[in-house]
Design a protein around this ligand. Structure first.
Ligand code: CA
Length: 281
């Protein structure tokens, strides 16, 4: 077991899901899983699409299925994630085939799993995202499985162009649209003081990464989550907006915070006073 500089039981989570300014229904779904038996904590965001009700049903069904799999699986987190995603795909696809009103429904699905030994994994299908925020720098952990995601990775369009591209809603991979799905699962490194952000494209299509980094680093986690949603709505809120912010306890090895700075000033003042006392006595 690696020696950890943070306590997995002290991880803090704030989440918000908002309908936005234009849509009538919120087709995003969000969940937090605490599986005591498997000693894991998981965060899930899904963004449904299709039909009148389809999107809502797909995202909810996918989140419920993955939650249940993570809570009951005895497998290692990486394997539990993969099976959870594949089972969610099968259930959504099957439900879409049974009811003509739900035909063709699908959803994105992104999940961060943290275990008691300090391991972390991200599972992902679609264009919802996972980011890691470390020392003020926002790092995208997932590839968007979308037409504009491919164009961006090929260097043919910029993130700014992607946000207004006519094909920006076209996914290349989703949960439930095909009988089987290829799932991205990766292990990610975690340090004390890191933050993670899971979000639907209702945030990233409205707010730039630079602004997300600044807001997500806010001192109070609940306020930061709310501020992200507020910012997307100020920019037009054209889509449902969902965010989950995770704070790994500890301050990390970043630049000294105000408290550390205060300690150094106090230490320097004491040394100076001691020096003066020696010199003058
Ligand atoms: Ca969306």
């Amino acid at each position: 077991m690696p020696l950890l500089d943070w306590d997995p039981t002290q991880v803090e989570v704030a989440e918000r899901s908002d309908v936005g300014q234009v849509r009538k229904a919120n087709q995003d779904a969000v969940a937090e899983v605490r599986a005591a038996q498997a000693e894991i904590r998981a965060l899930i965001v899904a963004d449904g699409m299709g039909g009148h009700r389809g999107g809502e049903v797909a995202s909810r069904l996918a989140v419920e299925t993955l939650t249940q799999k993570l809570e009951t699986s005895a497998a290692a987190p990486e394997e539990a994630l993969r099976v959870g995603f594949e089972t969610a795909n099968a259930r959504v696809h099957e439900a879409g085939g049974r009811d003509p009103a739900l035909l063709g429904m699908g959803t994105t699905l992104v999940c961060l799993v943290l275990d008691a030994n300090g391991g972390a994994w991200v599972g992902h299908v679609g264009d919802s995202r996972a980011y890691r925020l470390r020392d003020g720098r926002l790092e995208l952990l997932t590839d968007d499985h979308s037409v504009v995601g491919e164009l961006m990775r090929a260097g043919r369009i910029s993130p700014e162009e992607a946000r207004v591209h006519p094909q920006r809603n076209e996914l290349l991979r989703a949960i439930g649209t095909q009988p089987t799905v290829l799932v991205d699962v990766q292990s990610v490194e975690v340090r004390a003081g890191d933050r993670f952000l899971l979000c639907s494209d209702g945030l990233t299509s409205m707010v730039s990464d630079a602004e997300i980094a600044e807001i997500a680093a806010g001192p109070e986690l609940e306020q930061a989550a709310q501020a992200l949603v507020d910012r997307a709505n100020e920019e037009g809120g054209l889509d449902n907006v969902t965010v989950q912010l995770v704070r790994i306890p500890g301050t990390g090895a970043g630049p000294p915070g105000p408290r550390a700075l205060g300690w150094w000033i106090a230490a320097a003042a004491s040394a100076l006073a001691l020096g003066l006392w020696w010199a003058l006595r």
